[in-house]
Design a protein around this ligand. Structure first.
Ligand SMILES: NC(=O)c1ccc[n+]([C@@H]2O[C@H](COP(=O)([O-])OP(=O)(O)OC[C@H]3O[C@@H](n4cnc5c(N)ncnc54)[C@H](O)[C@@H]3O)[C@@H](O)[C@H]2O)c1
Length: 259
């Protein structure tokens, strides 16, 4: 299926690693132009170069996304290069373990900044450009907003906000035919996931316990599988889909895991 994404310029926050990297690659395979936005020049540049080596086009901008000015500059840099932006994938985030009993208010607010503040800021600054071409937004979210996880109040609160902002923006942007959807992830082995699993005393055993509970094929979701859903939602092929939370999780969130 041709998704019609050729030459579409799509911003991908955290597009240099993990799920975001999968999305950047999937976009390049569809002949779209991923604009990889991340904080570490070496990583961001190296992902863009990997895509180019495989024959795709990619662009990048460096930004610490918790700084709104840097978000704005990344968008301006993209406009200076391409003159248009067709889509935004809000993806960057961190499961930073700010809990209720052992956390504190300052860290809780910081977690919201790290995980949802920049979703708002990026959408806000890119909106004038998306209005010009009926662009599309995809927010990456987490199953933790439905299931809880324990010891991660900031991250789960931010993920709840990612879900409701998906609905809220879908409504607000109806007059511009800008579609807004979310892809909800449960278990995908990425650098972030590796860091989290290593916080347990016995990471290998813990990982096996988790994958044994993933209903479909008892395995983690791949970044590519998540990316395939994202590019579809960005494309014209999903032209009447908006405000949806799409679970790409091997049935983890909704199926009976006791079976
Ligand atoms: N991996 C999973 O199993 C899983 C599960 C549920 C949800 N998610 C969500 O998927 C998204 C991506 O997760 P991942 O596992 O690919 O993470 P990752 O850490 O492997 O990759 C994220 C990338 O984003 C960058 N980044 C993060 N915060 C940034 C900031 N403030 N400024 C600039 N760059 C920043 C990181 O440096 C990194 O390059 C996150 O929002 C996370 O909530 C992941």
């Amino acid at each position: 299926m041709d998704l019609g994404l050729k030459d579409k310029v799509i911003l991908v926050t955290g597009g240099d690693k993990g799920i975001g990297k999968g999305i950047s690659f999937a976009l390049a395979e569809e002949n779209a132009i991923p604009v990889i936005i991340g904080r570490t020049e070496k990583d961001v540049r190296s992902t863009a170069e990997e895509i180019k080596e495989k024959g795709g086009e990619a662009f990048y901008a460096i930004a610490e996304l918790t700084d709104p000015e840097q978000c704005k500059k990344a968008i301006e840099k993209t406009i200076a290069r391409y003159g248009k932006i067709n889509g935004l994938v809000n993806n960057a985030g961190i499961n930073d373990g700010v809990g209720l009993e052992h956390g504190n208010y300052k860290d809780f607010l910081r977690s919201l900044e790290r995980n949802v503040g920049h979703y708002y800021v990026m959408a806000h600054y890119v909106l004038p450009y998306l209005k010009k071409n009926k662009g599309s937004i995809v927010n990456i979210g987490s199953k933790t907003s439905f299931t809880g996880q324990g010891n991660t109040s900031g991250y789960t609160a931010a993920n709840g906000a990612r879900n409701s902002l998906t609905r809220e923006w879908a409504v607000e942007l109806l007059p511009y035919s800008i579609r807004v959807n979310a892809v909800i992830v449960a278990e995908c082995y990425t650098p972030l996931y590796k860091k989290w699993i290593n916080t347990f005393e016995n990471p290998k055993e813990r990982l096996k316990e988790i994958t044994d509970n993933i209903p479909l094929e008892n395995r983690m979701t791949t970044a590519e599988e998540i990316a395939n859903a994202v590019v579809f939602l960005l494309s014209e092929k999903s032209s009447h889909t908006t405000g949806q939370l799409v679970f790409v999780d091997g049935g983890y969130t909704h199926l009976d895991r006791a079976l």
